[in-house]
Design a binder for this molecule. Structure first.
Ligand code: ATP
Length: 302
């Protein structure tokens, strides 16, 4: 006879406001596709911004082996914050418009397939980072990145086409600030268009800001883009979408475990696409292997 093990607790944290596919009933999908011989599910809806972190912390303290973020990168960030350095693993049912971390981790965007991955889970430890003590798991950034996140936070529109319209509109008004970026004992000063910090390779929507970023290597990939005009911005956009940005002479890449940025004026910044406010001094830190996840990561090339 095969040995039987009791199902473990899986807590699903749903953001009812997230995503462009809100007509899908996730509780129905869970009851249809989740293997209840493997998991005993509990489903909880968030009631306000920040609630997912509290719920995830409580689920971890109550012994849930798996805590699943159901939403976009903002919800994933909030749940992951609550699970860092606990023995509960993060699962993702991607329901946002960008789904950067889910895509990096090889999690299917099709929800029944994402549930199938949870039924036969493979657990991995991944790195996390922080920018001015705000945790992030995918990317953070200063400059045009930060400005876009601040404007997007006020917009009610979601989805890729609204995002592109917003980027084009804001590009015309953007003025870069002089800043000094300190990486590995080097100080680089310029009017940076973007200073991006990548734990994962992409922002979401397969826009690759650091195609070579490895989420388990204990290093932050820093992408520096200096002041650009319209023609260069189009070239950068093409590089993002074709994974070719690393070959562009417009972007410069470094890896490190801590970064400091001092800006001459206040700059907007984001963590996982969520606007975090403005600051002049920034510290970005790395926390190696600090979060357990269910993922379908590709084996590393030897
Ligand atoms: N019940 C709620 N009411 C209002 N806001 C919420 C609630 N639950 C979570 N939030 C907030 O919703 C924000 C957006 O969440 P999320 O990023 O998951 O969705 P999205 O913006 O639609 O997706 P994407 O980032 O992929 O576009 C998060 O910042 C989160 O704090």
């Amino acid at each position: 006879m095969e040995p039987t093990t009791a199902p473990e607790k899986a807590c699903f944290i749903l953001n009812p406001k997230s995503g462009v596919r809100s007509s899908i009933s996730v509780p129905d999908l869970i009851s249809e596709h989740l293997d209840t011989t493997r998991w005993t599910p509990e489903i909880i809806f968030t009631e306000y911004a920040g609630h997912a972190t509290e719920l995830a912390r409580k689920a971890a303290a109550d012994g849930a082996r798996l805590v699943v973020a159901v939403g976009g990168d903002g919800t994933v960030n909030e749940v992951a914050r609550g699970l860092k350095d606990t023995s509960s693993a993060l699962g993702i049912l991607p329901k946002g418009s960008g789904n950067g971390l889910a895509r990096h981790l090889g999690i299917p965007l099709d929800l029944p397939q994402a549930l199938a991955l949870l039924n036969q889970p493979t657990f991995h430890h991944i790195d996390s980072c922080s920018i001015n003590d705000h945790p992030f798991f995918c990317t953070a950034g200063i400059g045009f990145d930060g400005l876009v996140s601040s404007v997007f936070a006020k917009s009610t529109k979601r989805g890729l086409s609204s995002y592109i319209q917003l980027v084009v509109r804001e590009f015309r008004n953007f003025k870069s600030e002089a800043a000094t970026v300190k990486i590995n004992d080097r100080a680089l000063t310029s009017d940076f268009f973007v200073v991006a910090f990548a734990n994962a390779s992409q922002y979401g929507n397969n826009a690759f800001i650091a195609p070579m970023a490895d989420i388990q290597d204990g290093l932050i990939d820093v992408c520096l883009i200096r002041h650009v005009g319209v023609a260069e911005a189009i070239q950068l956009g093409y590089g993002l979408m074709t994974k070719q940005i690393a070959h562009s002479n417009l972007a410069e890449f470094h890896t490190c475990s801590t970064v400091f940025v001092q800006s001459e004026g206040p700059q907007c910044f984001h963590a996982d696409g969520e606007f975090m406010g403005q600051a002049q001094d920034f510290e970005v830190q790395m926390f190696p292997k600090s979060l357990e996840v269910v993922a379908a990561l590709e084996p590393k090339a030897k």
